[in-house]
Design a protein around this ligand. Structure first.
Ligand code: 0A1
Ligand code: ZN
Length: 876
């Protein structure tokens, strides 16, 4: 296994490969511990490569069994093969056929990269650099080849054999064996290669593309889980249709298969024609999945499908361009979900996620640009910055150049770069051309890390009837970046009059102006006329730019916007700002008199108007999280004080809004059997968030109602929501409900993950001991990423007071799990370790305990490059 890789990879070092592979024939004989792979590649020197260069192919932990060129075995002095590299000293000057044979052990592959086994199924994960764990190959995204894969296995162990592309041949062999041959006509990089072999059930369907191609759809799952695939299949068909309508992208093979596996490092993978999924994002029934699970399945099914064009047909030149496929595909899946559900509510959910994950990343030691320029371990760059900020940057581009130019730019990109391994420059050039403008300043969004801060000051002149807005931008230093340039920041806005309606936007000369201010200098002042009375500024509407905003809006302005802003996103934001300001103050021991009452009044208004959009009301009633408050505080954070401040506010709201909250249960009860549609989900979300606030008082009669809802629920959403409320309140009711849930789902690991995560998040001193005990529960398995993320990840990222215990035991626990996990699965270990990413913002005592824990990790010999990279950056 690789460890402590020393030399970083730099964008500026990019060179074309010396050799390319245009076609590959893979012959794979599956075996649990000795799978044999014969790879025959058509190799040619690259036109712009170095003439006469040796051939160097990547490997990772490989053993070469044989090697031949054009059918002739190579003399041992003609090449050198180490586990991580194959070198042919003097390869032929023209095209030739190289055959290499390797033997690998899928059973022993606990990293879950390359070819591995999950519950007896052989499957692959090749992004980013996993293909080199299967065979020697130029394992880089700019080498595009046509793949033909023959898979052979014992028929009993693997009746199902799947590959990329279309099935061209299959048949039986002697001795109970069989084979299948798959051919993918679309040239692709090695990271999109996949194969699956196993004893799986399949659910089938079909889709006819707009030009009339019949596509056979299959979702492969463990036997007995067939009834849990219907929602994923439906989401897939809706994705295929939507991509045709919204982006003109049509599917391009006769087959599209999805395989759900139970051991997977990430969410899912877009392998050409053969998407492989973490089963968490496929399987759903009303009794097993929450509304949130359904929404995540819809989004991830769509995301992987949309990669077929943005990622697969147009791929990345190198891994620095990761956002080219990821940011764009997240943007596309967000648009899809917005069209399927409520746009405003989706936007709020996306911004919540962005702020909690990406803003936190950008503010700490792991900050990096959307397009990084250096990395030690590419696996650590599948980040919120590359994905979520990468999507936000595209959204901001759309606001900046307008919808028409944006669509024209997308069309141009898809047409011009089909079949290419492209760069972010190629992408942006299409919009510059389509919009007829210079986007070089815009490109800073890809190069500068950190969240831009925008300050807004306003001045009203009643005599002149003018309203003046002064905006300025500030960029704090981030790792490796001290001097930054002013960026171009498109801020959608409106001026809201006393009647709650937007006033006309007129410049000083009375001319109508656009509803976007583009801040492209350090400071900018804009004056509007026609305002004898002061309007209220609603800015960054729809979160048009991913910035941290500081405004001079008063608490009264915020309350007004919460009730009247025509932009739903900003109505939500106003409430959040009101609550956050209060909670930040309270966490530092300063509360403004009447602060909690003002919040209660705003929420009462939300409740009274909830019928207009229950899902929106649910978002508005959800208080800022502990992490949200900590992020706003920025430094010297005491998580116990944050928790106490939030708890106090909840108690206040529980008391003052009690009857209103209770009434929501009746008003918004969902009639009839469970349906995961957005409208019903919105009603449930509202009822359940109200239940949580209402029961926050801890009053026994209220908890009895919650307990009854838990026992009587006919779907997972309501059952789990009630359980989560009970979990906040120590006592017999909680323990009984947890035990009942455990018993009901005892054979369903995926559902017990919810049970593990919920207990890990209990904000009480006893939780660490509970978590340690759960490590020994049969529901837990250290080797399974979902289990680890649920229990240990749930504790480290979902339980601010207990992970940040003042005695440091939470930190020590995480450090221990990370170092234990690292030798087995470095990627998962490195991800868990990122729970420390905001450690520098803690108050002194916790800060030094966190540092000590990180230093202990750093001191472990033989760390993987993944963990070494994270811990080094965290401490530097
Ligand atoms: N491209 C996938 C993400 C992914 C990345 C790495 C993986 O293996 C370690 C797996 C999946 C996506 O964006 O969905
Ligand atoms: Zn993706």
């Amino acid at each position: 296994m690789r460890s402590d890789q020393a030399t970083p990879v730099k964008l500026s070092d990019y060179r074309v490969p010396d050799h390319v592979v245009t076609q590959v024939h893979l012959d794979v004989v599956l075996h649990p511990t000795a799978t044999r792979i014969r790879a025959t590649s058509e190799v040619a020197p690259h036109r712009q490569g170095r003439a006469g260069a040796p051939l160097v192919f990547d490997g990772d932990g490989l053993m070469l069994a044989s090697i031949a060129i054009d059918g002739v075995a190579l003399a041992t002095d003609a090449y050198a093969a180490t586990p991580d590299r194959l070198t042919i000293h003097q390869p032929p000057r023209g095209p030739f056929r190289l055959t290499v044979e390797t033997v690998i052990d899928p059973q022993a592959n606990t990293q879950l990269m390359g070819l591995y086994r999950s519950s007896g199924t052989w499957c692959t994960q090749c992004e980013a650099e996993g293909f080199r764990r299967i065979t020697y190959f130029p394992d880089r995204p700019d080498v595009l080849a046509v793949y033909t894969t023959r898979i052979e296995a014992e028929k009993k162990a693997a009746p199902v054999l799947l590959g990329n592309g279309n099935l061209v041949e299959a048949g039986d062999l002697p001795d109970g064996r069989h084979y299948a041959v798959w051919h993918d006509p679309h040239p692709k990089p090695s990271y999109l290669f996949a194969l699956v072999g196993g004893d799986l059930a399949v659910v089938t369907d079909s889709f006819t593309t707009r030009s009339g191609r019949e596509v056979a759809l299959g979702i492969y799952v463990e036997h007995g889980k067939e009834d849990r695939c219907a929602y994923a299949m439906d989401a897939l068909k809706r994705s295929m249709r939507w991509d045709e309508e919204a982006f003109g992208c049509e599917y391009d093979l006769d087959v599209f298969n999805i395989v759900a596996v139970s051991d997977f490092n990430m969410g899912a993978m877009e392998n050409k024609g053969l998407n492989i999924f973490n089963d968490k994002y496929v399987l759903a029934l009303p009794d097993t999945a929450t509304d949130q699970d359904y929404a995540a399945i819809e989004a991830i099914i769509a995301h992987e499908y949309f990669h077929n064009w943005t990622g697969n047909r147009i791929t990345c030149r190198d891994w620095f361009q990761l956002c080219l496929k990821e940011g764009l595909t997240v943007f596309r899946d967000q648009e899809f979900s917005s069209d399927m559900r409520s746009r405003a509510v989706k936007r709020i959910a996306d911004v919540r996620l962005l702020k909690s994950h990406q803003f936190a990343e950008d503010a700490g030691p792991l900050a990096h640009p959307v397009r990084p320029e250096i990395y030690h371990e590419i696996n650590n760059f599948y980040t919120a910055t590359v994905y979520e900020k990468g999507a936000e940057v595209i959204r901001a581009l759309k606001v900046l150049i307008g919808e028409t130019a944006f669509r024209a730019g997308m069309d141009l990109y898809l047409a011009r770069h089909d079949g290419d391994a492209a760069t972010v420059e190629d992408f942006i050039a299409c919009f510059a051309e389509a919009g007829g403008r210079d986007l070089s300043q815009f490109f800073l969004w890809y190069r500068q890390s950190g969240t831009p801060e925008v300050s807004v000051a306003t001045r009203h002149d009643a005599v002149a009837g003018t309203f003046t807005v002064t905006l300025s931008q500030r960029h704090r230093p981030t790792p490796g970046q001290t001097d930054k340039q002013p960026m171009v920041i498109p801020l959608a806005f409106g001026l809201v009059g006393e009647d709650g309606r937007d006033r006309p936007l007129l410049d000083e000369d009375g001319r109508q102006v656009a509803a976007v201010i583009t801040l492209d200098e350090p400071q900018k002042t804009v004056t509007f006329s026609g305002h004898p009375t002061r309007p209220v500024l609603s800015i960054n509407r729809g979160f048009s730019a991913p910035v941290a905003l500081k405004t001079d809006l008063t608490a009264a302005d915020l309350a007004f916007l919460a009730g009247h802003d025509g932009d739903a996103y900003n109505r939500w934001q106003a409430i959040q700002s009101l609550a956050t300001e209060h909670l930040v103050g309270a966490s530092r021991g300063n509360t403004r008199p009447g602060g909690a009452d003002a919040i209660a009044a705003a929420l009462a208004h939300v409740i009274d108007g909830a019928a207009a959009d229950p899902a929106f009301a649910a978002q508005a009633l959800t208080l800022p999280s502990e992490a949200d408050i900590a992020r706003e505080m920025g430094a010297e954070v005491d998580p116990a004080a944050v928790f106490a401040a939030r708890k106090t506010l909840k108690l206040h709201l529980s008391a003052s809004l009690g009857d209103r909250l209770a009434a929501l249960r009746e008003r918004f009860a969902t009639p009839g059997p469970y349906s995961p549609d957005a409208a019903s989900a919105g009603r449930r979300a509202l009822v359940n968030v109200a239940l949580d606030l209402w029961a926050a008082s801890g009053d026994d009669a209220r908890l009895a109602v919650v307990e009854a809802r838990f026992a009587g629920a006919d779907n997972m959403t309501d059952r789990f929501a009630a359980l989560a409320v009970l979990a906040q309140h120590p006592g017999a009711r909680r323990e009984a409900a947890l035990a009942a849930f455990r018993e009901r789902y005892r054979t369903d690991a995926l559902i017990l993950d919810k049970w593990l995560a919920l207990q890990a998040a209990i904000p009480e001193d006893g939780t660490l001991a509970r978590v340690e005990a759960l490590l020994a529960d049969p529901a837990f398995a250290m080797g399974n990423p979902n289990r680890l993320r649920a229990l240990v990840g749930g504790f480290a990222t979902g339980n601010a007071t207990q992970f940040n215990r003042p005695d440091g035991a939470g930190y020590a626990f995480l450090a221990r799990v990370v170092t234990d996990t690292d030798p087995r699965n470095p990627q998962v270990a490195a991800r868990l370790l990122q729970a420390f990413r905001s450690w520098r913002a803690l108050e002194g005592g916790r800060r030094s305990l966190a540092r000590a824990a990180l230093e202990r990790v750093a001191g472990v010999a033989g760390l993987s490059p993944d963990v070494r990279d994270i811990v080094d950056r965290m401490l530097s």
